[in-house]
Design a protein around this ligand. Structure first.
Ligand code: B12
Ligand code: SF4
Length: 605
């Protein structure tokens, strides 16, 4: 059981119900999501900040995005856009309910749709209580109120539902990737939730649950529903989604032990349906599209004769070209990927860059060689630089390469990506169960090696969180930042120091961060995070040079790593895998002559 956070800035008893009941008696089923998960006008980054910053730092967001709370409505007051999860619940329900019985609305508009007729209020949520990785850790580091902004708004949503004068008439059903947080914290009563659904809305069990709720039957606290096993059963949005999210794949296949999405079946979704959903988004006013996936590179290579970790170049180039060339699509953002495919097929990265950069809304002026300084920034898991740790928690993360070569795969992959203007956000897990000082030093070595080679990734360290249902759910994580060792703090602060290097996040302003961090340390962080935090923070602030800190023995200075080149990595593959390599990338083992000749002949014909 996880102890829920308290939100001192929020008093539900202040919620007054002053509005008139809806004239039509309300909708039978009302769907919603926290405001902080529904907004899309300010870009991906704001949602990540809302999930990671504590509520007392909301002013920073307000100053940067003064209009972030302003949302768009349809003429009937329903939401113009909603997270893809809400849209799919809506689509699933419309299989057996009339469209005027179901509505998706923003939290502030709930009173317009919840009335005496309402029998179900369904909430979709990504991260309602902020107890997941990265989201929890930064709010803890920043202190006094540990409530992330997103949790505050999620609680506000639940309080509004709880305070509805019709609350006794309807059931509250929660679903989405963050539903487990309510189960783990046992906050059903406090949040006034009747049932949490684990799984996808397409399932007939989900429809059955809604039927029971409409009939007023008691619902179980938790319902686990089955994931569709084939691509035809997955539904697609036909209205606008937040950030134009359209699913591209489910599952992954690399089997990292800490991973939730990998528990789902590995499915790549049909191109025609993806394209229909893209066009539907555009029709409803969206100019941005983002294909949701755990690893974009498996698309087109699931259950084919080629292992999924050898990307299907033609299929990917064709899909992404058609998406960015869809009339009305002005922006396209990548979601998640893995790094080994960049080593396997660098030409694929180049071809995708040519297609995707012109429509990328991301600009890294000091890093990008693109004429308009555009960049691509998928989220990629680095997790650890320790081969020992990697073997334990993610032994297939780098396939087709051996996990022994993980640091080389990361650095070589990042080189290929950077050369093509891909500057990924890379997550690292600090405090893995059984992590030793040596493991942390190995990761610091990798981070220093990135710096030495002039490579750039936006490094996002987070503290290990045992996620529900994963093969590591019973493992213990770090529960307080005070428990972190000096080395773990050094790793985290080094990552952030490197992130501020090119200073492209001008609103944060590297100097402001550094001076601010010292001030914060004096004011409160020194007590909150304990003595192990002090020297790493001084390193981060630049108040004492890293060289001096190292000379004083206060921090660990990474040692240079011996890294394999692409040619050496390719040579290390099993001979049975050589036939899946592309000759035009070069570096093929000399012993592998016949298929190269065949490929050349194919290209010539
Ligand atoms: C796109 C995406 C984002 C985008 C956009 C999110 C948005 N608001 O639309 C951005 C980049 C902003 C983002 C941010 C974050 N994300 Co995110 N994101 C995703 C991603 C890739 C796809 C989500 C998606 O739309 N999928 C498609 C829809 C259809 O799936 P779905 O929402 O799960 O909905 C299905 C079911 O859950 C169910 N369902 C959904 N709602 C409901 C409701 C009811 C009532 C019922 C019955 C069923 C139901 O039915 C749907 C299918 O039919 C997922 C990974 C993944 N593959 O899911 C990670 C993921 C959800 N994100 C994750 C995390 C951790 C975050 C952040 C906390 C990261 C951070 N620290 O900044 C933030 C939180 C943002 C916030 N506001 O709180 C984790 C969640 C882990 C968890 N909760 O345990 C995931 C799983 C990634 C991962 N590999 O771990 N994210
Ligand atoms: S590569 Fe990423 S999505 Fe795939 S199993 Fe590992 S953590 Fe999960």
């Amino acid at each position: 059981m996880i102890t829920p956070r308290k939100d001192p800035s929020f008093d539900p008893s202040n919620l007054q119900v002053t509005h008139e009941p809806p004239a039509d008696g309300g909708r039978l089923i009302v769907l919603t999501a926290p405001l902080t998960e529904a907004i899309d006008h300010a870009g991906y980054f704001i949602q990540m900040a809302l999930a990671s910053l504590p509520i007392w730092m909301e002013g920073v967001i307000n100053r940067k995005y003064p209009k972030w709370r302003e949302v768009e409505h349809n003429p009937d007051g329903s939401a113009r856009y909603m997270p893809a999860g809400v849209r799919l619940v809506e689509k699933s329900l419309l299989r057996e309910h009339r469209s005027d019985d179901v509505v998706a609305c923003f939290p502030d508009d709930l009173h317009k749709f919840i009335g005496p007729r309402t029998r179900v209020v369904a909430v979709s949520t990504h991260n309602p209580l902020g107890v997941t990785f990265a989201a929890g850790v930064y709010t803890s580091i920043f202190g006094s109120s540990k409530m992330p902004i997103n949790s505050h708004y999620s609680r506000l949503l639940f309080s509004k539902i709880k305070a509805s004068p019709y609350r006794d008439n309807f059931k509250v059903i929660v679903g989405g990737s963050g539903g487990w947080q309510i189960i783990q914290t046992n906050l059903y009563d406090e949040l006034s939730v009747d049932c949490v659904v684990e799984g996808r809305s397409e399932s007939t069990d989900t429809l059955e649950l809604f039927r029971k709720a409409i009939e007023g039957q008691e619902l179980p606290r938790v319902v686990e529903v089955k994931h569709p096993m084939d691509r035809e059963q997955i539904l697609f949005p036909d209205t606008r989604t937040t950030f134009g999210v359209v699913e591209m794949t489910t599952g992954c296949g690399r089997r990292c032990k800490f991973c939730v999405p990998d528990l789902n079946p590995q499915i790549d979704l049909p191109k025609d349906k993806i394209m229909d959903a893209v066009r539907a988004n555009v029709r409803h006013g969206n100019k941005q599209i983002s294909l949701a996936t755990e690893d974009m590179f498996i698309w087109g290579q699931v259950h084919t004769d080629t292992p999924f970790y050898f990307p299907n170049r033609e299929a990917l180039v064709d899909l992404y070209s058609d998406i960015v060339n869809t009339p009305g699509v002005e922006q396209h953002v990548l979601s998640h990927s893995t790094i080994a495919p960049a080593v396997v097929d660098p030409l694929l990265i180049k071809q995708l860059s040519d297609i995707l950069l012109p429509k990328s809304p991301i600009h890294f002026p000091l890093l990008s060689s693109h004429p308009q300084k555009k960049a691509l920034a998928p989220l990629i898991g680095l997790e650890t630089g320790s081969v020992r740790m990697a073997k334990q928690i993610m032994s297939s993360k780098g396939v087709p390469f051996s996990i022994e070569d993980w640091p080389s795969v990361v650095l070589e992959g990042l080189r290929v990506l950077n050369e093509n203007n891909w500057f990924p956000a890379m997550t690292l897990i600090v405090g893995n169960p059984g992590e030793t000082d040596q493991d942390v030093m190995d990761t610091i070595d990798l981070v220093y090696e990135m710096e030495r080679r002039g490579l750039f990734a936006f490094l996002v360290p987070s503290i290990f969180t045992p996620l529900h249902d994963t093969r590591m759910e019973k493992e213990k994580g770090v529960t307080q930042t005070k428990q972190l060792t000096k080395l773990q703090w050094q790793l985290m602060m080094k990552c952030w120091k490197m992130n501020l290097r090119p200073g492209q996040y001008s609103w944060w302003g590297p100097m402001a961060w550094r001076v601010g961090s010292l001030g914060m340390w004096v004011y409160k962080l020194r007590k909150l995070n304990g003595p192990n935090f002090t020297w790493p923070l001084l390193m981060f602030s630049g108040a004492v040079s890293e060289k001096n800190l190292q000379r004083m023995g206060k921090i660990y200075r990474g040692k240079p790593l011996k890294i394999k080149t692409r040619r050496e990595l390719i040579a290390s593959l099993k001979p049975k895998d050589w036939r899946y390599l592309r000759a035009d990338n070069g570096d093929l083992p000399v012993e592998y002559a016949p298929p190269v000749a065949a490929q050349a002949a194919m290209a010539a014909s």
